[in-house]
Design a protein around this ligand. Structure first.
Ligand code: ZN
Length: 290
């Protein structure tokens, strides 16, 4: 599943090749059409397909930014600004190409769901193997409230205090620390991979109750999360399962991971253990993490 560093990588690569271009035509897959026909909302959320297609056509991409694990395409049409908000889900990927055949990997080409044809002839393509991704066309952030309820960006100056304040709330006290740091209302963009690594680096057991982690250790943990996210952005993200950047390339952060997906502890060599926390497999070292 793409996490914050992978999404940041997508934004950095999409921006120079997409900003300033105008959409001329929008195509969606039969899978999306069938899903809408059945009253479901595969990928395209919150609008009818007709609205989505008609409104998006002729919009100009004026900026692309990231907010937590969302990509924000800032669009403009007749002086009005819009937002196309993209969440990659488990396996969403964007490709900027001249033709469909340029999406080289078969598994991505087989699952193309949205094609934005550009005025200049190029294509901006959204592929999603497992279809857990989301596309929402909004006028502004306020039109989709979950976007407003997210914690500050982890790199913002107020993010650490936000974390400390939130983690002190009674409702989080008895929850495992790993569940709390992965809660998007508490910290933005800390998913399973980076939560696992940061807890390992700070020697904190993922199942430890949040109220039993001292404020000092919480602050150290928060800074470790920021560090590991930044390290991964520099490394181009982790290539685990179906993440690809827009050129179909993979990042290298996975080679630096010491705990996520490991059978042996990267530090002491002990067999790792795993437990389910909030439905996610949580790997840890029973020797190093307390
Ligand atoms: Zn160990």
């Amino acid at each position: 599943m793409p996490e914050l560093p992978e999404v940041e990588g997508v934004v950095r690569e999409l921006s120079p090749v997409s900003i300033g271009r105008t959409i001329s035509e929008v195509q969606v897959s039969d899978v999306i059409r069938r899903s809408k026909g059945l009253g479901k909302e595969a990928i395209v959320k919150g609008k009818t397909l007709e609205e989505f297609i008609d409104e998006l056509a002729t919009m100009k991409i004026v900026d692309i930014t990231r907010r937590s694990k969302y990509i924000y395409f800032h669009l403009e049409k007749e002086g009005q600004l819009y937002l196309l908000v993209s969440h990659l889900g488990m396996s969403g990927a964007w490709f900027v190409v001249d033709e469909l055949e340029d999406v080289v990997e078969q598994k991505f080409r087989k699952h193309i769901h949205v094609v934005l044809k550009m005025e200049d002839g190029g294509l901006l393509i959204y592929s999603d193997i497992r279809r857990f991704g989301e596309l929402r066309l909004l006028q502004r952030e306020e039109d989709y409230l979950p976007l407003l309820r997210m914690a500050p960006e982890p790199f913002d100056t107020d993010a650490e205090e936000h974390f400390i304040d939130m983690a002190a709330l009674p409702k989080y006290g008895r929850k495992p620390i790993k569940e709390v740091i992965m809660d998007g209302h508490v910290i933005s963009g800390c998913g399973n991979i980076y939560a696992t690594e940061a807890l390992f680096r700070r020697k904190i057991h993922p199942g430890r109750a949040t109220e039993r982690v001292s404020e000092k250790r919480k602050r150290e943990l928060f800074r470790e999360i920021v560090d590991v996210l930044q390290e991964s952005i520099v490394a181009g993200g982790s290539s685990i399962s179906d993440y690809r950047n827009i050129n179909g390339e993979a990042g290298t952060m996975q080679t630096r991971l010491k705990m996520y997906g490991k059978k042996l502890c990267g530090k002491c060599g002990t067999d790792t253990k795993s437990m389910k926390i909030a439905g996610r497999t949580s790997v840890y070292c029973p020797q190093c993490q307390r």
